[in-house]
Design a protein around this ligand. Sequence first.
Ligand code: BG6
Length: 287
Amino acid sequence: MSDPHSFEIQGILSVATGSGGLPVIHITSSRSRAEIYLHGAHVTDFRKAGEEPLLFMSGSSKFEVGKAIRGGIPIIFPWFGAREGHPAHGTARITPWEITAAEVLLDGSVQIVFRMPDAGNLEVTYWVTVGESLGLQLSVTNRGGNAVTFENCLHTYFQIGDVQSASVHGLKDCDYFDKVLDAGFTESADAVRITGEVDRVFLDTTAALTIEDPVLARSIRIAKSGSLSTIVWNPWIAKSQAMADFGDNEYPHMLCVESGNVSDNRITLPPGETSLMTVELSSAPLD
Ligand code: BG6
C-alpha cells in the first residue's frame, strides 16, 4: 500500500489525522478547498472561497473503521440498499482506499486519484477534481473472465438552508419507485419539493439537475454522464430520530440528491470493459 504522505503537494495537498483518528486529505485549490477521508474515499467537505459548504455533514457522524461516514459523498458500490447478511449500500464506503496519483491541473484545480483495494476482478478508480466545481468520476473495469453485475451511486448530501423551501428541478416525467409508499409513480411536477420523508429512486434520468435553495440564495447544479438513476432522500422526523449517527434536528438542513445506476439501471459489465460515471457539482448565486 502506498504511503499517502508521498502524494503531498506543498501548500496544496496534505494528509492529516482527522476525526476518529482516520487519515484525511486537505486540498486547497486556487478557488476552493476540500477534505477527503481515505475511509471510503469519502469527500466530507467542498467549499468555494467565500461560500457556504456545498456538502452537509452530520454532527453525529461516526468516524470509525467498519462504519459509514454520515454526510458528504459516500461511494455506494457494488450494491445499493440493504443486502441480507452484508453491509447496507455495499463495501466501498467502509473500505480504506489508496491514493494512486495527485496533481495540480493547468486551470489551478487539484486532482486526486483513488483505488479501491480488494475489489476482486474489478479495478475501481475514483477521481476527485477540486476547483471552481467539484468533479467526481468513478470507473469500474472488469479484469475477470465473466460478466459482472453491480450498482453504484455517489450518495451526495447537500447542505440546504431549509429543505421545505428548496426545490429539485430536472426530474419531470421520470418514473420513480417511492420507497416510503412502496409504489411506483411518474413525476408530474416541474419541481420536487420536500414536505415529509422522501425516499425516491428515479430511473432513466440523464438531464442535469438543479437544486434551488432560496435560504442560502444559491442554485446547485448536478451534471452527470454514465448515470441513469437519481435518488432523492430526506429522512424527516421519525427516521432522523431512529438513526444513531444523525441529529434529530438536522433533517431541515440537508437533502441527498444521488447520482448512480441502481435497481433496473444496474450495470452488467462484460469482461475487459469499463463503466464510467462522471458527476460535476457546481453552485451559483440564485437570481
Ligand atoms: C438512500 C436510500 O440512498 O440512503 C434510503 O434510498 C436510505 O433508503 C438512505 O435510508 C441512507 O442509508 P444509510 O445506509 O446510509 O443509512
